[in-house]
Design a protein around this ligand. Structure first.
Ligand code: PEP
Length: 251
């Protein structure tokens, strides 16, 4: 179901006490507020259970940053979708550009990760987006189409309806460069069109599409006001409770 979501991707930041303080800070500042979006925090795996404990008592939902493509077994260092489910982690980022780049995750592997999450009733936040060179060569639509087709379009309509997509132009991640509202809207409308073609217009209208890439308290309102932008995946600006909550309140 299409809904507004603001999700914070903490990446590999913060020690335990800081993570606990940030979670508590966000939860406290949101308490009793009328919100127009779902709020998700995605801390490092080690802190997920701490976060889900907070989530029980607040509006917060919790997401992981990665998941294994296997169910269980001899995969040292990995975390399975069933494990995420067992501590009530509802979302999981899949295919973040940092995982594509540094851990060589390709669309075929990401499709398997998506499947595992859906098997265990978790919601994948599937990331796509072009690098600067691809945009400069005007290949960005083609690149995003391939990422989505290969990572998601093996799903049937029911399965697909449980997926959230985050468009994150790689040149805008952590750089301070943001896609303009027009650029973000253009890509989001394109993605919705792909979904309509593959499934149906109704399915496309019901899909949640997030924007990510240097989104902050100053630019969130304009980005989120675009017709096809249903919220954001927030990196750096999710590490300060006050700024993250301001972004949440941009809706
Ligand atoms: C991200 O890593 O998902 C992200 C959007 O980062 P930032 O907001 O820091 O650009």
């Amino acid at each position: 179901m299409r809904k507004n979501i603001v999700a914070g991707n903490w990446k590999m930041n913060l020690e335990f006490t800081e993570a606990e303080e940030l979670t508590a800070g966000v939860a406290e500042q949101l308490e009793g507020q009328a919100l127009n979006c779902e709020v998700v925090i995605c801390p490092p795996a080690l802190y997920l259970e701490m976060a889900t404990d907070f989530a029980e008592e607040s509006v917060l939902k919790v997401g992981a940053q990665n998941v294994s493509n296997h169910d269980s077994g001899a995969y040292t260092g990995e975390i399975a979708a069933g494990m995420l489910a067992s501590v009530d982690v509802k979302y999981c980022i899949v295919g973040h550009s940092e995982r594509r780049k540094y851990f060589h995750e390709d669309n075929a592997l990401l499709a398997q990760k998506v499947d595992k999450l859906l098997d265990y009733g978790r919601t994948p936040i599937y990331c796509c987006g072009e690098v600067l060179e691809e945009r400069e060569k005007e290949n960005h639509f083609k690149v995003v189409e391939q990422q989505i087709a290969e990572g998601l379009f093996h799903l049937n309509e029911d399965e697909f309806s449980n997926v959230v997509i985050a468009y994150e132009p790689v040149w805008a991640i952590g750089t301070g460069l943001t896609a303009s509202p027009v650029q973000a809207q253009g890509m989001h409308a394109f993605i919705r069109g792909l979904i309509a073609k593959k499934y149906s217009k109704e399915v496309a209208e019901e899909t949640t599409l997030l924007y990510g890439g240097s989104c902050n308290a100053n630019n969130a309102k304009e980005l989120f006001s675009q017709r096809d932008v249903d919220g954001g995946l927030i990196g750096g600006a999710s590490l300060k409770a006050g700024e993250f909550v301001s972004i949440v309140k941009s809706f």
